[in-house]
Ligand binder design. Structure first.
Ligand code: FES
Length: 153
């Protein structure tokens, strides 16, 4: 456990009423710092907030934007919801898989990219939609535009 996590847990518990409501912001802050949430990290968070490890794991698993495995510097989420599927998200995903030489759910060997599916990202009017490090892009005309853009992590 990193020393600053205790301070962050205290801040979250002060700002939000109860350990349950402090959980999401604390997980978010630690993931921003560490890049992902390891099983050991989830156990530490449970200890910091006085929650069960099983509960913390279930919350972290429910929300797809919490990463339970290391991810690349750029995380590309391709929406596979209905509107995006009708607008060509399957082709977009296939094109990205070919360009990156990985399959959906994987990270490139150099750690540059992780390619993930996402359910409806609530931007259907921009279909097909993707996110690069949570920044919306759409409508995507060419998969390459997602891979050349400079995006802060
Ligand atoms: S289906 Fe893709 S944003 Fe809604």
């Amino acid at each position: 456990m990193k020393p600053e996590w205790k301070e962050w847990a205290h801040e979250a518990k002060t700002e939000f009423p109860g350990a349950n409501s402090a959980l999401l912001p604390l997980l978010h802050r630690i993931q921003q710092s560490e890049g992902w949430l390891s099983p050991e990290t989830l156990a530490d968070v449970a200890d910091l907030l006085g929650l069960s490890v099983q509960y913390v794991e279930s919350v972290a698993t429910f929300y797809s934007l919490y990463f339970k495995q290391p991810v690349g510097k750029k995380v590309v989420h391709v929406c596979v919801g209905l509107s995006c599927m009708l607008a060509g998200s399957d082709e977009l995903m296939h094109n990205l898989e070919q360009r990156l030489k990985i399959s959906q759910g994987q990270t490139t060997p150099d750690g540059a990219y992780t390619l993930l599916e996402a359910e409806c990202l609530a931007a259907c009017d921009l279909a097909p939609v993707a996110q690069v490090n949570l920044r919306f892009r759409g409508p995507i005309q060419d998969a390459g535009e997602l891979l050349t853009e400079e995006v802060s992590s």
